[in-house]
Design a protein around this ligand. Structure first.
Ligand SMILES: O=C(O)CCC(=O)C(=O)O
Ligand SMILES: [Fe+2]
Length: 507
């Protein structure tokens, strides 16, 4: 078999991959949604095709990989994860199939993130950046006789249109949209419900003045956290404008207020202030010992957050300064399953949603949209969305976006926060390492500043815990004394505890 000249790779000008396929669908899609028009998806840059095409192919580049041909693609990819950069380059020179396998961007992103260089140029891909290959010198070999879902899928997912998923939201699923709310209205009627407010953010200086360009002019050299790397803003903006990642690196920075020297809250020249309807944030009784509270979020179209619940049973607001975000949300309770495609460990400490946002949309969105409890909405520029304590949410930016989010404990969820801090101590997050016993500290501070509220909330928690214990006893020991006296009829066997959505552990 004629071997390509692999030694000259990346030292010559690119040439287009031959007749790259257009609009392949690597999976059978269970949904009936009108998915992206196929010809909007460019071909894979190396011409790799989905696995199914191998059935009718006359030639297969995999035949040249010798004994490795016995291994499934997944295993080959996993083995390559153990190699360092030079070894990957060497393996990639042995044949075209390994060349394509070693071009997988995830391998290079992991190497980059594992040991980020102090200085680098963003060259459009993680591989070209890690190996410091200028874009004009990146070589592209035609691998159109290679058939691999695992190589084709990330590229395909990076280009599917979001439109079929974020548009045509059924009326029953629509997130409520309101101009604004008073604290009383929020506290009495809205603390358990997602909603979008269209007015308050439009008053913020951040809304009036911030754009990628204005932030770049003022904070271009300032360093922000994007997932596991710290980059100056100008580098991140270069990345945002020029990447083809399936799950784009997301700037999610908790130190922005001090790093940007911002004023926040009811003071002159404040960049933003939490809308008054959300009321007091009870975590502020902890002063500097409180857990992380606020984040600046910047990302390109398709970046976003996979399904999760917010930490420590807090509620949150998320304000879009530029761009727009699609939200899909589900309530949670011990009686309800997690959203379609999301798996949770028995103690709820681990959420597995191995799918990228695009994969989840492709595979599960249609089912999710039909699932009772599902709500969806677009939070546009100058709008703010409320995430109630305990709600699942997946969020995707439908345009390049700048947002600010803040987590808080509202009055209505004080009991849920106490419950979480005392019964899920192993899942508490966001506190500084030296802050010991967050639950005891929180209770002590609440005792000082809000003794009556604390007493009420603890009494409510006790009532719930006892209710659940009673139910447990009924299941384990049969009817209660009350049942026997005829006051209460016990239902059938059930592992559903309570109907209040809280997760009090059964002792
Ligand atoms: O803007 C996003 O990606 C969502 C962030 C988030 O999960 C939140 O604000 O709770
Ligand atoms: Fe969140």
């Amino acid at each position: 078999m004629k071997m390509p000249d692999l030694n000259s790779l990346d030292a010559v000008h690119p040439r287009d991959a031959e007749a790259a396929p257009r609009g392949y669908s690597a999976h059978a899609n269970p949904s009936t949604e009108d998915l992206s028009a196929p010809d909007t998806i460019p071909g894979h840059p190396l011409g790799v095709k989905p696995s199914g095409n191998a059935l009718l192919a006359a030639e297969n580049l995999r035949d040249a990989i010798g004994v490795f041909n016995l291994l499934p693609d997944e295993l080959i990819s996993m083995l390559l994860e153990y190699l360092d950069g030079p070894s990957l380059v060497s393996v990639g020179r042995t044949c075209k199939a390994f060349y394509a396998f070693t071009r997988a961007e995830d391998l290079w992103k992991a190497l980059f993130v594992g040991s980020p260089p102090a200085k680098f140029n963003w060259n459009g891909t993680w591989r070209a950046t890690y190996l410091n290959i200028p874009p004009s010198e990146v070589c592209i070999l035609d691998c159109s006789n290679l058939y691999s879902d695992i190589l084709h899928r990330p590229f395909h997912c990076a280009h599917i249109s979001l439109e079929p998923y974020v548009n045509n939201i059924p009326a029953r699923n629509q997130i409520a949209r309101l101009p604004d709310l008073s604290f009383e209205e929020f506290n009495e009627n809205w603390s358990e419900t997602p909603f979008i407010l269209t007015e308050p953010v439009k008053q913020w200086a951040a809304y009036k003045n911030w754009s990628v360009d204005t932030l770049l002019a003022e904070y271009g050299e300032a360093v922000f956290r994007a997932e596991a790397v710290d980059w100056p803003l100008y580098k991140y903006v270069e990345y945002m404008a020029n990447n083809s990642d399936e799950s784009p690196l997301y700037l999610f920075d908790r130190a922005f207020v001090s790093n940007m020297g911002l004023k926040v809250g009811q003071e002159p020249e404040a960049a933003y202030w939490p809308p008054p309807c959300f009321g007091e944030d009870f975590f502020s009784v902890l002063g500097n010992d409180r857990p992380d509270r606020q984040w600046l979020i910047i990302g390109p179209e398709r970046s976003g957050s996979t399904f999760h619940k917010d930490p420590n049973a807090t509620s949150a607001w998320n304000a879009v300064i530029r761009g727009s975000k699609y939200w899909i949300m589900f309530p949670s309770s011990s009686k309800l399953p997690p959203p379609p495609g999301v798996y949770v460990s028995d103690d709820q400490s681990e959420v597995t949603s191995p799918l990228s946002i695009a994969e989840w949309l492709f595979g599960f969105h249609a089912e999710a949209r039909r699932t009772p409890g599902c709500i969806e909405g677009i939070c546009g520029e100058g709008e703010i969305l409320h995430v109630p304590s305990g709600w699942w949410h997946l969020v995707v930016n439908t345009e390049p976006a700048i947002a600010i989010t803040q987590n808080f404990i509202p009055r209505a969820h004080l009991t849920a926060a106490l419950d979480f801090l005392s019964n899920k101590a192993d899942q508490i997050s966001g506190f500084r390492k030296d802050v010991q016993n967050p639950y005891e500290r929180f209770v002590a501070q609440m005792q000082q500043s809000h003794p009556e509220l604390l007493e009420e909330a603890l009494a409510e928690l006790k009532k719930k815990t006892e209710g659940k214990k009673r139910k447990w006893d009924e299941i384990v020991h049969g009817k209660t004394e009350q049942d026997e006296s005829g006051d209460n009829t016990s239902g059938g066997f059930s592992f559903g505890f309570g109907d209040d959505g809280s997760d009090v552990e059964v002792p």
